[in-house]
Design a protein around this ligand. Sequence first.
Ligand SMILES: Cc1cc2nc3c(=O)[nH]c(=O)nc-3n(C[C@H](O)[C@H](O)[C@H](O)COP(=O)(O)OP(=O)(O)OC[C@H]3O[C@@H](n4cnc5c(N)ncnc54)[C@H](O)[C@@H]3O)c2cc1C
Length: 674
Amino acid sequence: MAERSVLLDGCSKAFAMTGWRLGFGLFPAELVEPARNLAINSWTCVPPFVAAAAVTALQSPEADFEYMRLEYAARRDLVFERLANLKGFSIAVRPAGAMYLLANVTGTGLSSRDFAEKLLEEEGVALLDGKYFGAAGDGLVRISFAQSREILAEGCASWRVSGDAPSRSASRGSSFGCLNEFHVSERVLAEQEKKLQACWVAAPDPEIVLKLPVLVVYVLDEGQLRTGKFRAKFLLQSLAACKANLQLVGSDLLIRLGRPEEVLPRLLAEGSVLVTQEEPTFEEQATDRALQTGLAVAENMRWEYVWGATLIHKDDLPFQADLKDMPDVFTAFKNQVAPELKCACNQVPPDYRDAPKAETALNIRRCLAPLGFGSLPLPALDFGFLPCWSDLSFGESESEPELPFGIAGGESAGQRRLEEFMGSPMARYAESKNNMLALDASSKLSPWLANGSLSPRRVFEALRRREAEISADAATYWFTFALLVRDFFHFMAKKQGRRIFLEGGVIGKRLAWKGGDREFQLWQQGQTGFPLVDANMREMATTGWMSNRGRQNVASFLIWDLQVDWRRGADWFERCLLDYDVASNWCNWVAAAELTGGRVNRFNVVKQSRQYDPEGEYLRRWLPELRELPAEWIHEPWRREGSKLSAYPPPCVPLEAPKDSEWEPGIQIRPHGS
Ligand SMILES: Cc1cc2nc3c(=O)[nH]c(=O)nc-3n(C[C@H](O)[C@H](O)[C@H](O)COP(=O)(O)OP(=O)(O)OC[C@H]3O[C@@H](n4cnc5c(N)ncnc54)[C@H](O)[C@@H]3O)c2cc1C
């Protein structure tokens, strides 16, 4: 090929010699003379110092190219992730080369030219109006990432033009929550990312892990994802964000495809310490057992667990270690753990970013097994791999979805939502939490809490701060209550093991399921003829979201009115929900089926519809067939005499007499301080 090839290249990117504009060519011998004639007549000569620099650069070791490639990939990911989360910005392409990124800024309400000028004048950040590259560049700005990651992060944080971009202090002051708290104390480890398989390697003494090589690994087990497109997209965004944040402290996230029990044993060097978060749920524990078997082949390996998904640490519970004496009823659980809220669970780790940089700059290469150990699908040092939509097997028909409410994966986005919600929306939480339509009716923090991008302790800390600065009231009471329900279900999952997935549930009671495929499909597709159920099911299928009020109603309806096996509902939720969490989902479902020994949970969906959506605004949002119906009829369209709603189905079952039972009864509303 050498005799038939001409290679034209430049020094700008590989050697950071951008402004010097030096290119070069490699030609077969007989083409050198004609090429030189062409060049001499076009460009005369190159400044000598630039030529000398190029010679030195070209003679430098191969590894430097790899370093530059990885560095640009890291800078690209950092800018991409931060901007993709900013309102008003959209980025169509994650560039695969060079050092520029094009962002569409029309969502900010400014032209690309005005945007670029305003940013330069007000924030001192320079970028280029895309129009300079031709008409197709209108509305786009070109961002160069030929800068250090620190400067890029600063530049991204200063973009406040859209009005609700993060403030400097917000993005600087946040921590990675659960993702990578490096300070090793039991509690701090507990803040780690829930799903991350974190490997801390060659660490004879994990107490000083800050000074040791730490390799953070995420094993993406696509076969086990069991998710629809919304959660999958959120996961991809979370991984990109986690990687960018780790890179900011000189670390990185290594992402592998495959099964953890196959990938990790082949990846880790001898003497490794593997640290993972202890999972409360049965199947995840089975994966751990398989991994333990896999690791047995690798000698000299240690395994350590951390506990992290709950507000109250499992060791602080006033129950036996196996939770045998933990109550199966929420109110009793809540009353017993209440004292813990005042102390232990309030310990939040310090911001890792305060740690001196030198200590967090970890030598990741030392963590890895020597090359040639095992056969992995990726080269051993490929930290550049970041899965994108096309890496997932959703088929070509499934396009990348938009997430509801502007939600985006990643710790910074979760932290921003937390700060936003703790402002005025929180003040109305006690009254608004059952509203099914509005973004601010409830926190919408569940997706970040579910995949560990946000720790419940971080959330509780923000709540405590609000209570200290403003007041402890019904809103903060109910919010604490919600976090405790979450804890209750996590510990219930740990205590009950397989039972939360079994037909007879925790109490092992058999129910007669009269409903079959037809009933289930009508429910799934939002075609039952009951507007409250249909609106909620369609919302979930279209966006991945459903409010708590909606979830309770559709679950009750499936189980008690359609008499369909509750596990089919739980399974469908697992696929659809953006915030799917094993313990929260399956425990809520098994409780809705009255199989936990707790309170009765049946709802009359018409009554609930009238109570929580009296004007029918929510129903109209998701049921176009009913948009013209007045509030009086919209909850029971079949009752309107003489009306024939050909597009909307008639009720698929008769509704039993209204029942009044509520999901939260038996709990006294006694806010702090009142
Ligand atoms: C049948 C059914 C299935 C569910 N499946 C899930 C699930 O897979 N993942 C999930 O996170 N939640 C699940 N929930 C609980 C609840 O509906 C959501 O947590 C809540 O709607 C999320 O909205 P939010 O963040 O705005 O909640 P907020 O009202 O702002 O509450 C704050 C946080 O408290 C926690 N929380 C509140 N209520 C519950 C609850 N009943 N159970 C557990 N945690 C709670 C959540 O983490 C939530 O983010 C389910 C509820 C039901 C009835």
